[in-house]
Design a protein around this ligand. Structure first.
Ligand code: GLN
Length: 243
């Protein structure tokens, strides 16, 4: 049996190689004998979300984020339904922000989100307005050590479970030392880089949830190689000054 990934706006929302997440998902599925079919979604109205096992939305600059949010608005009910039904989803940066109630732009204008989840993102109107940029490391109770790169102006606030605790870097808002959001089988995060090749545990979480939902079975095992974790380990080693 195959899995189907819907990749939204791959040309517009592809900050810092977010598209690389597709390759990671495809490979880790293939190593288990599963084919991941990728549907490149350019217009939300053209797709039937009930056919998707995994959803992926990357990040992008504000202008493109606004255009893509408007396009997605047409299927926000279906999108919410899919997330509530437990479809796997990875949403990054702008793709994460647009799931909330609104994203307040640096000029104070509010870009209405899809309202799939109950949270908001502000851009500071006074005080330090700098973007939150750099490598970022998280300790995640569910996934262990996570590594990535962030670059965002928006500061996100919510009461959901988070992806992890910030060990180095800024995270959701630069204040509460939390990063990302977990809800059902959805991961929202500011981590680019792309995030999945550096974090096989996240890749496998998305695949496992999709596979279980579709077949009722756990992911088939395969012989793991320690090189799969090399990028993650290297970033942590640099942080701990082991290299
Ligand atoms: N445009 C948004 C911001 O600057 C998201 C950027 C991103 O995807 N990292 O906050």
């Amino acid at each position: 049996m195959n899995l189907t990934l819907f990749h939204f706006y791959s040309d517009q929302l592809n900050l810092y190689g977010d598209r690389g997440n597709v390759i990671a998902l495809k490979k880790r599925a293939e190593w288990r004998g599963i084919t991941l079919d990728v549907v490149d979604v350019k217009a939300a109205s053209a797709v039937d979300l009930t056919k998707a096992d995994v959803l992926l939305i990357g990040g992008g600059p504000d202008r493109l984020q606004a255009l893509c949010t408007d396009d997605l608005r047409g299927i926000k009910g279906e999108f919410k339904q899919a997330i509530d039904d437990g479809v796997s989803a990875l949403t990054i940066g702008g793709g994460y922000q647009l799931l909330g109630e609104y994203y307040e732009l640096p000029d104070g204008k509010k870009l209405q989100g899809l309202g799939v989840l109950d949270f908001y993102t502000h851009s500071p109107s006074s005080g330090p307005r700098e973007r939150l940029i750099g490598n970022i490391l998280l300790e995640s109770p569910r996934f262990g050590r996570i590594a990535g790169f962030e670059n965002h102006g928006g500061r996100t606030y919510h009461d959901y479970e988070t992806l992890g605790d910030v060990v180095a870097g800024h995270g959701n808002n630069g204040k509460d030392k939390k990063e990302g959001l977990l809800y059902n089988n959805l991961i929202g995060t500011y981590l680019h880089g792309p995030v999945l090749p550096k974090n096989p545990a996240l890749t496998d979480f998305l695949l496992e949830a999709a596979w279980k939902r579709k077949t009722g079975n756990p992911l088939p095992p395969y012989e793991q190689n320690e090189l799969e974790n090399a990028a993650n380990r290297h970033l942590w080693d640099v942080h701990e000054k082991k290299v």
